[in-house]
Design a protein around this ligand. Structure first.
Ligand SMILES: C[S@@+](CC[C@H](N)C(=O)[O-])C[C@H]1O[C@@H](n2cnc3c(N)ncnc32)[C@H](O)[C@@H]1O
Length: 283
């Protein structure tokens, strides 16, 4: 399903350029020139390519060969030499434990049937105290609205599994042995017609538009897309959440058998937003 869907979408992704929400991600990362970085579910490497000038090297890992190929060609055009594209799954990352200073993933977790498996792997390949950063869609908190939101997303893109709430995601971080240090939120406004240009079928596009129109005319339930009109355009709002976490140290045993797992003092929690812009390109 994933590979079929992103083989279909690869042409559209290849045309995408740096967007304000991508710059927002890069601006919040604490990058260092010596960093080895892994981008999981990197697609065409939009984020990996934006990071590569600031760090030592970047690996862009993805399941879909067509996305990787489009990314490779773009990186060559851009003259990026410290970036390589590798085929692989988030649930079985093909690198040894403790290989990266920074592991990032953007718009991946909502595609995974079992996001905890991907997050555990990201924690495994991060260095002790290494950073794992997840940027993803946030689902509405109310269960019925979250259900509708995820249903509409799946109609547009059948490889969408489920966006999680902030609380749901935080619980996964804990299970994966990651401590969240910073949490940033961004509201992104999108044009419905543009968003639906990457729809699965004519029929799915119609179903989404009907649901949105019914919400706008108050003849149908909340979709979770928070639609509104701007001139003749129908717009809607996604919420993106960026969680910056660090991997807790692997426990080390001292001679007397006590557990010496050192926990780094958490950084301050900053919750920013909402911060609005147009021209978003979510996946
Ligand atoms: C919405 S795109 C996001 C691409 C990229 N992260 C970005 O921000 O531009 C999702 C990507 O995740 C990849 N993907 C989905 N499931 C995956 C998995 N289990 N392991 C690795 N990649 C996966 C897809 O092939 C696709 O390229």
């Amino acid at each position: 399903m994933i590979k079929t869907e992103f083989k279909r979408q690869a042409g559209d992704w290849a045309k995408r350029a740096t967007s304000p929400d991508l710059r927002w991600v890069v601006d919040h990362l604490h990058l260092r020139p010596h960093f080895r970085v892994l981008d999981v579910g990197a697609g065409t490497g939009l984020l990996a390519r934006a990071l590569s000038p600031h760090v030592a090297d970047v690996v862009a890992l993805d399941l879909t060969p067509e996305m990787l190929e489009a990314g490779k060609q773009a990186a060559e055009r851009e003259g990026l030499t410290n970036l390589r594209f590798e085929l692989g799954a988030a649930e079985t990352i093909p690198f040894p434990a403790g290989s990266f200073d920074l592991v990032v993933c953007r718009w991946l977790l909502h595609h995974l049937a079992h996001p905890i498996d991907g997050l555990r792997e990201m924690a495994r390949v991060a260095l002790d105290n290494g950073c794992v950063v997840v940027v993803d869609l946030v689902s509405p908190t109310e269960t019925s609205v979250a259900h509708s939101y995820n249903q509409l997303q799946r109609w547009r893109d059948p490889s969408h599994s489920a966006a999680l709430s902030i609380e749901g995601l935080d619980s996964l971080f804990e299970q994966a042995g990651l401590e969240v240090d910073e949490s940033h939120k961004l509201d992104v406004e999108e044009d419905l017609t543009e968003w639906l240009s990457v729809r699965n079928s004519e029929d799915s596009g119609k179903k989404i538009r009907t649901a949105v129109m019914q919400e706008l005319s108050r003849t149908g339930p909340e979709t979770g897309l928070r639609p509104f009109c701007r001139g003749n355009a129908i717009m809607f709002t996604h919420t993106l959440r960026m969680a910056v976490s660090h991997r807790l140290r692997r426990p080390t045993r001292t001679d007397d058998g006590s557990d010496r797992s050192a926990r780094r003092a958490p950084l301050s929690l900053t919750v920013l937003g909402p911060h609005r812009h147009d021209a978003a390109q979510s996946g």
